[in-house]
Design a protein around this ligand. Structure first.
Ligand SMILES: Nc1ncnc2c1ncn2[C@@H]1O[C@H](COP(=O)(O)OP(=O)(O)OP(=O)(O)O)[C@@H](O)[C@H]1O
Ligand SMILES: [Zn+2]
Length: 527
């Protein structure tokens, strides 16, 4: 037992007796169901669980708080009613909502927060709220037979964001559009095509030009087929030599690799059905969307002499699924509860724990000490972040969307200059005049806003009580931006030339493939 740690913990105001401590569980999926059950089994009786989703048939094999008759109902609500059947005296509340709609007022009610989430964005959000309300958070994630449980005690141990997470894989737009060489390139292309035609129809979609063309087609399936796989192809691609005239649409097989005829029929079938339905974002469990992506990606693979994949495999890649293993979820949730009890009882030092597939020293569960907070962390340290960008081309809107929202995960930032004037604010309750002024600022470049090289902008995220100071310098050669990532607590120590600043250095993509922007394909590995 580490005395120092325990003493520090005592200084934090943890609530009342362990059994009655209020616990927040975020997510009631594979890990969440196990977690809720185990919490109740060890005697915890005051739980709030929040989950955004409803129960899908495919959840039933491992999310055992749910039964076939619950399909379509909110996970949080059903989880609570099943737990109450187990022990009617429980004080459990289920909320169907996105956790990102809840702020400090909500979080500060809890003694501890347990994450059972499946995405980075929500995890980061919860982390920020826990840091700002100083509430310990325990995160759990599994991937097949691998799992990990990490404990984050604000300002005492590393927060969830102290270690930069692997950035999503990126593919150059030009590879996807004209020079695919792997099945994944074709699948990514087909997913964009789906979104452009039948999904989000985002004007920034790399295939949005095809959306416009398709609007003029009278026989969408056949004309699209001819355009995509026979006519408008780059030099190096082979044209598909089958006539579409007599092909009748039909579904493609899940397990077998089909012939080109079969894929053509699958393509026609999917297009005919999708065109008459309301636009809907891509979802791996959407049978029609998968038929479309499976057929289109294999036809494109044929164009470029790339290996074909069966629908099952395509679905796995398109939905980026690693099959969930119920036992790993149960182990991770169990370990999460053990670590939570250590914190609530305030006796033993919690640990980070990993579940591995192969035993080392005959152990498949290995634990390690929690690392200390990183002085350069965006989230849990106080300081400034240096950014380089071109003042002549970069707009305030770029700063808000690309840097503050995308890179630093702020939801609704307010930007203040050191002289106290507000550059930008968003959200409800603004008067008309301000709203107009901010909308105007949003479109202006930093130069047009008359910001000086080296300007300091304080960025506050209203809902999370999270502030970052940006020090922005002008760099004529930047095509996008570069976050130097230096958190400067003491100005004098800061080295202007950028050497030794590699730790959090994330370069914008202007080095290798200047002519083509890269796509971020989120292959979120955490479950
Ligand atoms: N922002 C969020 N707010 C609330 N709940 C969330 C949020 N993001 C994810 N979740 C929930 O976290 C849970 C994660 O569980 P899990 O990984 O088992 O996902 P699933 O969707 O149930 O299963 P699968 O993705 O394997 O089909 C899901 O129930 C999901 O609805
Ligand atoms: Zn941190």
């Amino acid at each position: 037992m580490n005395k120092k740690f325990v003493n520090k913990m005592i200084n934090l105001a943890y609530n009342s007796k362990m059994e009655h401590a209020k616990i927040l569980v975020v997510g009631a999926g594979g890990i969440g169901c196990e977690l809720l059950k185990t919490l109740v089994m060890v005697g915890i009786d005051n739980i709030t669980v929040i989950d955004i989703d409803t129960i899908d048939k495919s959840n039933l094999n491992r999310q055992f708080l749910f039964r076939p008759e619950h399909v379509g109902r909110p996970k949080a609500e059903v989880a609570v009613s099943t737990l109450k059947e187990l022990r009617p005296s429980l004080n459990v509340t289920g909320i169907q909502a996105n956790i990102t709609n809840y702020g400090n007022d909500f979080f500060q009610n809890f003694a501890i927060v347990l994450n059972a989430l499946d995405n980075l964005e929500a995890r980061r959000y919860v982390n920020r709220l826990c840091v700002s309300t100083k509430i310990p958070m325990i995160d759990a994630g599994t991937q097949g037979k691998l799992g990990q449980v990490t404990v984050h005690v604000p300002h005492i141990t590393a927060c969830y964001e102290c270690e930069p997470k692997p950035t999503p894989k990126t593919y150059p737009v030009c590879t996807i559009r004209s020079t695919p060489s792997k099945p994944i390139h074709c699948i990514v292309w087909a997913k964009y095509l789906y979104e452009a035609l039948f999904g989000l129809r985002d004007p920034d979609n790399i295939l949005s030009d095809l959306q416009k063309k398709a609007e003029g087609f009278s026989d969408l399936g056949k004309e699209l087929f001819n355009l995509l796989f026979k006519e408008e192809l780059p030099e190096e691609a082979k044209k598909i030599e089958i006539s579409i005239e007599n092909i009748v649409g039909s579904q493609i097989n899940e397990d077998k690799i089909g012939s080109l005829q079969e894929y053509a029929a699958g393509f026609i079938y999917a297009v005919e059905n999708l065109k008459s339905r309301e636009p809907k974002p891509f979802d791996k469990d959407d049978q029609l969307a998968i038929q479309f992506v499976g057929a289109a990606s294999n036809l494109r693979a044929a164009n470029f002499k790339i290996e074909q994949l069966n629908l099952f495999k395509t679905k796995e890649i398109a939905g980026n699924i690693i099959p969930a293993v119920a036992t790993t979820n149960a182990m991770a949730a169990g370990l999460q509860v053990i670590e939570a009890l250590k914190i609530l009882r305030n006796k033993n030092e919690p640990k980070n724990v990993w579940i591995s597939e192969h035993a080392s020293d005959s152990k498949i569960i290995v634990s390690g000490n929690m690392p200390p907070p990183m002085p350069k962390c965006y989230t849990c340290s106080v300081g400034s972040v240096k950014v380089k960008l071109n003042f002549n081309t970069f707009t305030l809107g770029d700063l808000v969307s690309k840097i503050l929202k995308n890179e630093l995960s702020m939801q609704n930032p307010t930007l203040n200059l050191e002289n106290g004037s507000i550059l930008y604010e968003s959200g409800e309750g603004l008067d008309e005049e301000d709203e107009e002024r901010y909308a105007k600022n949003y479109k202006m470049t930093l130069n047009e806003l008359k910001l000086a090289d080296g300007v300091r902008v304080s960025c506050d995220n209203f809902s999370t009580d999270f502030t970052i100071k940006l020090i922005i310098s002008h760099d004529e050669n930047q095509e996008l931006y570069e976050i130097v990532g230096e958190i400067v607590e003491n100005e004098e120590n800061h080295k202007e030339n950028g050497e030794n600043q590699n730790e959090l250095k994330r370069k914008s993509d202007n080095s290798d493939e200047r002519e083509c922007k890269k796509l971020k394909i989120v292959e979120d590995i955490e479950n």
